[in-house]
Design a protein around this ligand. Structure first.
Ligand code: PEP
Ligand code: MG
Length: 342
């Protein structure tokens, strides 16, 4: 959100702000975006590009050999086959969040049950027996599927999205659940429901999922169903939700947005988007307590989990299962190894 543009090769001065940046960019320009530093390089040189080749450094034996300490987990967030390869390369403990909607976005259409099955199969094959958590199609708000927009909403972030959308779209839910059900005969499958609002809604969608799985032979034996905690009301009902689900995962990107009524993608309000806020950490403690009371696993898959020193605070809060971008796995894992060794 605090983007700076550097365009040494063109003699353009360093500027900040999206509007300034766009004045220098022409159709066909090459941009290199460093999301970690918020830097955009206009017309990068081959040498600049080379320094950004993903995970070159992560191939070293020390990184791959480093194990996550016992009782902890460092999984990868993934959206594409390439992410799964990167996750495997850095020896992730699994995929903690596979964002299935990205494949639909890329295809610009709905995918059939068979197409989904093939795609998800490829992901579990790459992960070679490690657990993969597939998040059901998470549509709406910052993730519109343009080819499906039926009706214009004045407030899409509070509208037809997440679990609500899934419950109201049986023709979309069914093929996805059936594809995952078929996959569960080959590998254990975790199904995660986005944007759960409360226990009643979780019960409704869990029942709908089980009903669909009953039509797929043996599918109920190898599947776990989990809830994402990213809406404050769901966090307040965590105890009740944990009675229904097998696991929970904190989507802190949206949780911060809804907890503090602050748009996760709006540069104007990014100062109020604060992962250090004590209210957020109080909410995380509440979730951690509900998970240990229920004896069911809780992970976190929002971006904050990959920020330096956050893993330490999370472990102190009782949250020991983290899912982060694959390229952050080596540093997160070594931070966790440090805590375990301390
Ligand atoms: C989140 O909300 O924290 C999350 C992991 O999901 P997404 O970023 O895809 O909304
Ligand atoms: Mg989310």
């Amino acid at each position: 959100s605090h983007a700076a543009i550097i365009a040494r090769s063109l003699g353009v001065p360093a500027v900040t702000g999206l509007r300034d940046i766009m004045q220098h960019v022409r159709c066909g320009s090459t941009l290199l975006i460093d999301g970690d530093s918020g830097t955009v390089i206009l017309e990068p040189t081959p040498a600049q590009i080379a320094t950004f080749i993903p995970l070159e450094g992560a191939k070293s034996d020390t990184v791959v050999a480093l194990r996550t300490p016992a009782g902890m987990e460092v999984c990868a967030n993934a959206s594409l086959v390439e992410d799964a390869h990167q996750a495997h390369l850095v020896n992730a403990d699994g995929i903690g969040l596979f964002r299935t909607e990205i494949t639909f976005l890329k295809a610009e259409r709905l995918l059939t049950e068979d197409e989904q099955f093939e795609y998800y199969h490829e992901i579990v094959n790459i992960m070679a027996g490690k657990p993969v958590t597939f998040r059901l199609l998470d549509v709406g708000g910052d993730k519109p599927l343009p080819f499906m927009r039926i009706q214009k909403e004045s407030n899409p972030y509070l509208g037809w999205r997440g679990a609500r959308f899934l419950l109201g779209s049986p023709d979309i839910l069914k093929p996805q659940i059936r594809a995952l059900g078929r996959l569960s005969k080959i590998a254990p499958v975790n199904i995660m429901v986005p944007m759960i609002v409360d226990a009643v809604q979780q019960q409704q969608i869990s029942s709908a999922i089980v009903e669909i799985l009953q039509g797929v032979e043996h599918a109920l034996e190898n599947i776990k169903i989990g809830a994402m905690f990213e809406v404050p009301s769901a966090c307040m009902q965590a105890r009740e939700i944990f009675k229904i689900v097998d696991f929970g995962s904190i989507g802190s990107n949206d949780l911060i947005q809804y907890l503090f009524a602050v748009d996760r993608n709006n540069e104007l309000v990014s100062r109020d988007y604060n992962p250090d806020h004590p209210i957020l950490w109080e909410t995380l403690r509440l979730l951690s307590a509900a998970s240990s009371e229920a004896g069911k696993p809780l992970s976190i898959c929002g971006e904050m989990a990959g920020r330096q020193s956050v893993p330490t605070r999370l472990v102190q809060t009782g949250i020991t299962r983290l899912s982060v971008s694959p390229r952050l796995i080596p540093s997160v894992r070594s931070e966790m190894a440090g805590i375990a060794g301390a």
